[in-house]
Design a protein around this ligand. Structure first.
Ligand code: IPE
Ligand code: IPE
Ligand code: MG
Length: 234
């Protein structure tokens, strides 16, 4: 029988801090290791035939963290988008972002825009990096875009339905088939609320910096065992 491969996988990359603490390291070391793991996972996802990978890199609520940690993460993002991602270029990975631009510094936005532009014609897999992202914020922002379009006369109200609503989200992506959250927390923490209506959920106790290709394959094997019915009797 043919393997059931999720088209769109989303990962809540959690547990970097606890991974570091367990080893007597600074939280930042966990974030650094996590960034390396992510690089490998994207390549692995491509190898497994997944066409879309969304990752939660920084939530709107993460701005509540100590300034030192926020600054470290922002600098890590810049470093990843400017140097580390060369490999993704080689692997034909297209990078897009979801989240609010407001609140992000100019140097972060510049690095984001550059990687988007450089990878725009790549076709093997799309990596959607959710940065300064909130699921409720995304829905509210979409509604505001719709209101604007209706006011301008570009959109008539009766054409909005649950499918066309996707066009107004940060990225027009397919629904999330499979959501993975590492580190043992069993919550969605304001991630992709609209896209997740029928996602299969997978929680693992493994901290994200330890979530390697083998762990990813274990998760995908579990997805294969799921019976997706979408409300029907099958
Ligand atoms: C996830 O790891 C990374 C981000 C939220 C940026 P955490 O930093 O939340 O790690 P824990 O949950 O404190 O262990
Ligand atoms: C969710 O993790 C956000 C990211 C992984 C970027 P958090 O660690 O911030 O979420 P909570 O606090 O456990 O809900
Ligand atoms: Mg956490």
């Amino acid at each position: 029988m043919e393997k059931m491969i999720p088209k769109h996988v989303a990962i809540i990359m959690d547990g970097n801090g606890r991974w570091a603490k367990q080893r007597g390291l600074k939280r930042s070391e966990g974030h650094l290791k996590g960034s390396l793991v992510l690089e490998d996972l994207v390549v692995h996802a491509k190898k497994r035939g997944i066409s879309m990978l969304s990752v939660y890199a920084f939530s709107t609520d993460n701005f509540k963290r100590p300034k030192e940690e926020v600054d470290y993460l922002m600098n890590l993002f810049i470093k990843m988008f400017t140097t580390k991602f060369k490999r993704l270029m080689k692997e034909n990975v297209k990078v897009v972002f979801s989240g609010r631009r407001e609140g992000l510094k100019a140097n972060v936005l510049k690095a984001m825009d550059q990687i988007v532009e450089k990878t725009t014609d790549n076709t093997a897999i799309t990596l959607n990096i959710c940065l300064n992202y909130g699921g409720q914020e995304e829905i509210v922002d979409a509604v505001n875009k719709i209101v604007k379009d209706v006011k301008c006369g570009n959109l008539s109200l009766d054409t909005i339905d649950k499918h066309s609503f996707y066009h107004y989200l940060y990225q027009d992506l397919p629904p999330v088939d499979f959501l993975i959250r590492t580190s043992g927390e069993q919550r969605v923490s304001n991630f992709m609320l609209y896209q997740m209506s029928y996602s299969e959920l997978y929680f693992t106790n493994t901290f994200f910096p330890d979530f390697d290709e083998e762990q990813f394959d274990i998760a995908l094997a579990e997805y294969e065992r799921r019976n997706r019915t979408f409300g029907e009797v099958k």
